[in-house]
Design a protein around this ligand. Structure first.
Ligand SMILES: Cc1cc2nc3c(=O)[nH]c(=O)nc-3n(C[C@H](O)[C@H](O)[C@H](O)COP(=O)(O)OP(=O)(O)OC[C@H]3O[C@@H](n4cnc5c(N)ncnc54)[C@H](O)[C@@H]3O)c2cc1C
Length: 113
């Protein structure tokens, strides 16, 4: 059996592990390092939905499900227009993020999962 040596082992390919790995792939310090990622799950299900606030463009805009730049607060007496600018409220499915991250990782030659 062929053995492979890795410089870094990321345990857990969830939000933290994948974001850490993507950041490592972008950082020139890690460009010649080998990174392994392990997870007990195949991460092929949409197990979470993430919503977050952001100003302007973000790293995951191409995979977000939806974003809102205005809101409406409704009570029995009144409706208030909520102007969210400069923020946007963005909704991201975890499966879209896992697939995006797996694709970025596959394109690099630094990692194996
Ligand atoms: C329904 C839901 C909605 C949420 N909505 C939001 C939101 O809107 N905004 C927000 O900021 N946060 C939200 N959160 C919280 C956010 O999802 C978590 O904070 C985030 O996923 C934590 O990241 P993590 O990498 O620590 O954990 P996870 O994303 O859960 O990843 C942990 C990984 O470790 C793996 N693992 C566990 N044990 C082992 C083992 N022994 N060996 C190998 N692998 C293992 C798991 O399979 C998993 O893939 C939500 C959470 C849930 C459940």
């Amino acid at each position: 059996m062929q053995s492979i040596t890795y410089d870094y082992l990321v345990i857990g390919a969830g939000a933290a592990g994948l974001q850490l790995t993507l950041a490592m792939l972008e950082d020139t310090y890690f460009h010649h390092k080998k990174i392994a990622i392990i997870d007990k799950s195949d991460k092929d299900q949409n197990d979470k939905t993430w919503c977050y606030w952001e100003v302007g463009a973000g790293s995951y805009d191409e995979i977000i499900d939806h974003s809102w730049d205005k809101g409406l607060f409704i009570t029995n007496e009144q409706q208030i227009d909520l102007k969210l600018c400069p923020y946007k409220y963005k909704k991201l499915s975890s499966l879209a993020f896992y697939q995006y991250a797996h694709e970025q990782i596959r394109k690099s030659d630094q990692s194996a999962g």
